[in-house]
Design a protein around this ligand. Structure first.
Ligand SMILES: Nc1ncnc2c1ncn2[C@@H]1O[C@H](COP(=O)(O)OP(=O)(O)O)[C@@H](O)[C@H]1O
Ligand SMILES: [Mg+2]
Length: 263
């Protein structure tokens, strides 16, 4: 056997070992939900990411939501990753997703079975992260997307995710408020996006600065719901920062500032 062939076999063995380790990982308290997430197809995706050298480890659950689970992972260099896995068994949110996909010029021809819609939804979150990241809006850096699995920068340290604004009262609410408004404006002007589900739940505070996340529902500014969603986002942000004692601008005023290039 040639050296090359031997190396290839060794590499494969290592991969299999890793995969088995992942399979044996003690998710005991989460066993039921993990099995639900790790259907065969999802496992193949994880395996492909492992093989490609994007993912090296998949550790515990950071968050178990209704439609997705977020895991703490590591890349081959040991850097933390967040791996968001959308549940393909979650048929419930099909209706909810459609209205954000229809009217989005990026997803014109889509398949409508539940599984395809969920893949599109994950793809949409990835694309939105990319556009936001390029526009210099602080979001988790997108790293990879395959089917229902999204890999991104981990916001936090050693598997402990940064707290959301809901859980953590910032010391500098005025500054955070202004930065969030700046991000909403950049998102609109430079990334051509409206978040659509912005609130204290989808903003993390990391190193005293806001990080916007959970962007799967974000729509382009030309989307029929864009103006309505922007207004709702601004209302949420105003209500929240007002409760922290920040002297907020009116929703109408901030709306104008966000959409008007010259203000
Ligand atoms: N990139 C990330 N880094 C660290 N934690 C994350 C990351 N993305 C999500 N989380 C954690 O997972 C939770 C759920 O993620 P989110 O994207 O909001 O999903 P959902 O659609 O279920 O609300 C978040 O509240 C946060 O605690
Ligand atoms: Mg969320």
């Amino acid at each position: 056997m040639s050296n090359k062939a031997r190396e290839r076999i060794k590499h494969k063995e290592k991969l299999i070992e890793k995969r088995d380790k992942m399979l044996k990982h003690d998710f005991s308290s989460e066993r039921a939900t993990v099995e639900e997430v790790f259907d065969n197809a999802t496992f193949m995706v994880i395996y492909a990411l492992l093989k490609k050298g994007i993912l090296d480890e998949l550790n515990g659950v950071v968050n178990a939501g209704k439609e997705s689970r977020v895991y703490w992972g590591k890349d081959p260099e040991g850097k933390d990753l967040a791996v968001k896995i959308y549940l393909t068994s979650s048929a419930e949110f099909k209706k909810g997703m459609l209205k954000y996909i229809q009217g989005d010029y990026r997803f014109k021809r889509i398949k409508r079975d539940t599984k395809s819609l969920i893949f599109t939804w994950a793809q949409k979150e990835y694309r939105n992260l990319e556009q936001a990241y390029r526009a210099k809006v602080r979001v988790p850096k997108p790293i990879a997307i395959k089917n229902n699995v999204l890999v991104m920068e981990f916001i936090g340290e050693e598997g402990v995710n940064a707290p959301s604004l809901k859980k953590y009262q910032p010391e500098n609410p005025d500054k955070i408020y202004n930065t969030v408004l700046l991000y909403i404006r950049r998102l609109y002007q430079k990334a051509d996006l409206v978040h659509g589900d912005l609130s204290e739940y989808n903003i993390m505070i990391w190193k005293n600065k806001p990080v916007i996340f959970d962007v799967s529902q974000a729509v382009p500014s030309t989307h029929p719901l864009a103006k309505f969603l922007l207004n709702r986002d601004l209302k949420n942000i105003n209500r929240f920062f007002k409760s922290l004692g920040v002297n907020v601008c009116s929703v109408d005023e901030t709306f104008k500032k966000v959409v008007n290039k010259n203000l």
